[in-house]
Design a protein around this ligand. Structure first.
Ligand SMILES: Nc1ncnc2c1ncn2[C@@H]1O[C@H](COP(=O)(O)OP(=O)(O)OP(=O)(O)O)[C@@H](O)[C@H]1O
Ligand SMILES: [Mg+2]
Length: 319
């Protein structure tokens, strides 16, 4: 199967929750997701990511605007949309039957999507092997550890080979190794099935590793759309040199400050010197450190996605 041209399209989508306090959880959001890509939704707690995903997966209706998934309007043809999607929600505990084992859950959920029991189990076994969880298939879901439960919730979303997969915080509670295996599985799944994968995460390293494109949501609004590299460039327009291994003596900091605007980071353990030409500044930094006989790590500034996140959220909050 070839990838869908436009897997998902959002046009002026808003969601207002009415209650004691009216909350505009999603505020006039528009963007398209190209088929065959892996997209990361990021933003602070309460930014509106889950609400956006729940509307896209037909679990909530938009207050206004239009969402088209695999060519079908989520309001006009929700059952068609559901045929094309896989979804793993943020609430792991309630996503599978807790008195059934992962294998039994696969049979049940596979049956709901029209799969034969053997096919569903075969696929589950294959995925579970890939992430090193094939020895957990016959244990009651409730007795699995938090991370093990999370893995099976993600695997369930892939069983019926959906074209478009929505994963709301897939790496929640996962150790570094398991999270990496899940990322590997998602990348392979995308290639094998020409699928589109949309994930939300607070693990920015994960988003950087797996996503072709990021959508940054703040207060229900889209504040950025582009690659992880573009996000960093938007957050940091200038070149810089980083000096790690502090905190440094006041005298050293004073001299470094004369080289350009110097920003202390990570409680002074790191200094970022904003400069015009990092090649020149690096030499000057090394000379200063050498004069004080101090060993430190000196490098061209490479902002992390974490820094970019802080910058953008801070900037939006200040305006
Ligand atoms: N059913 C609901 N009724 C009322 N308000 C809601 C409801 N669901 C979400 N909200 C509110 O909408 C806003 C967006 O919530 P949402 O769950 O989409 O955020 P999120 O970006 O997924 O956050 P997190 O990273 O913490 O998961 C929050 O202010 C939340 O309190
Ligand atoms: Mg959420």
């Amino acid at each position: 199967m070839t990838a869908l041209e436009n897997a998902v399209a959002f046009k002026d989508v808003s969601k207002v929750f009415r209650g004691p306090r009216e909350i505009k959880a999603v505020d006039n959001v528009s963007f398209d997701i190209k088929g065959g890509t892996i997209i990361g939704l990021l933003g602070s707690n309460g930014a509106g990511k889950t609400t956006l995903i729940r509307m896209t997966t037909t679990l909530l209706s938009p207050s206004s605007g239009r969402i088209v998934v695999a060519g079908y309007d989520v309001m006009g043809a929700p059952e068609k949309v559901r045929e094309h999607i896989g979804y793993a929600g943020q609430d792991t505990e309630r996503s599978l039957y807790y008195r059934l084992s992962p294998r039994e859950n696969a049979k049940y959920f596979g049956w709901l999507s029209g799969l034969r029991a053997e096919t569903a189990v075969e696929r589950l076994e294959h995925f579970a092997c890939q992430v090193g969880m094939d020895d957990r298939l016959d244990q009651h879901f409730i007795t699995l550890s938090g991370g093990e439960k999370q893995v099976f919730v993600v695997l369930r979303a892939l069983l019926h080979y959906p074209d478009i997969v929505f994963l709301d915080e897939p790496s929640k509670s996962l150790d570094v190794l398991t999270a990496r295996r899940i990322r590997g599985l998602l990348k392979e799944y995308r290639h094998k099935h020409n699928a589109t994968v949309i994930i939300t995460s607070h693990n920015l390293k994960e988003l950087e590793d797996v996503c072709d494109k990021l959508i940054f949501i703040d207060h229900g609004r889209k504040v950025f759309e582009g690659s992880p590299e573009e996000l960093k460039r938007v957050a940091f327009k200038s070149e810089s040199v980083e000096v790690r291994g502090g905190p440094f003596e006041d005298a050293i900091v004073g001299e470094l400050m004369s080289l350009g605007e110097t920003v202390p980071m990570r409680e002074g353990r790191e200094l970022r010197i904003v400069c015009e030409n990092p090649y020149v500044t690096i030499r000057q930094v090394v000379n200063i450190l050498e004069a004080y006989d101090v060993r430190a790590i000196v490098a061209m500034g490479e902002p992390s996605l974490e820094d970019a996140f802080e910058q953008i959220v801070g900037r939006v909050r200040d305006t």
